[in-house]
Design a protein around this ligand. Structure first.
Ligand SMILES: Nc1ncnc2c1ncn2[C@@H]1O[C@H](COP(=O)(O)OP(=O)(O)O)[C@@H](O)[C@H]1O
Ligand SMILES: [Mg+2]
Length: 142
């Protein structure tokens, strides 16, 4: 028996700070419409927003696929960016390779990946240097 879900797909444009966060915003709206509790909506939105921003800042943009099931939301963020050489290091609070001009825009505090971890029930980072990064996240609902 296949499980029903609502599937949403987004392109996240590189270097586009104006539209950065639009995918997580759309998912937030959809989850609210479905009557998902605000705590879970917030967890999904925060985790997705940080991942989106990372694809804009650190990669060449990418794609976000979100599947909403009755008991969970599954998010896959994939990019063809530079990859992450040391994932354990990248996951540390405060670690950032963002350049000064990005920091001056208010990004690059090194809290994105730790916040993604904190706001999800499962998170797996797959990355190959020179090829790209794929992040799988699951937020349980209720
Ligand atoms: N999609 C990505 N592609 C390449 N590197 C990434 C990606 N996401 C995160 N990183 C690396 O992990 C570091 C930590 O990410 P994060 O915790 O979000 O902090 P910040 O984005 O503020 O630098 C980044 O500075 C970057 O070096
Ligand atoms: Mg970040």
């Amino acid at each position: 028996m296949s499980e029903e879900c609502i599937r949403l797909e987004f392109n996240v444009d590189r270097g586009n700070f104006a539209s950065a966060g639009s995918a997580s915003e759309a998912v937030k709206t959809q989850l609210k419409l479905l009557g998902i509790n605000s705590k879970d909506v917030r967890r999904v939105a925060v985790a997705m927003y940080e991942g989106e921003i990372n694809m804009v800042i650190h990669a060449d943009g990418g794609t976000a696929v979100v599947e909403i099931y009755h008991d969970r939301v599954e998010i896959v963020l994939a990019d063809n960016g530079p990859g992450i050489a040391d994932i354990d290091l990248a996951m540390k609070e405060g670690y950032s390779t963002a350049p000064d001009e990005i920091r001056s825009l208010g990004f690059g505090a090194g809290m994105g990946l730790p916040n993604m971890k904190k706001n999800t029930d499962e998170m797996r980072v797959e990355s190959v240097v020179g090829t790209g990064t794929t992040i799988y996240m699951t937020v349980k609902l209720g």
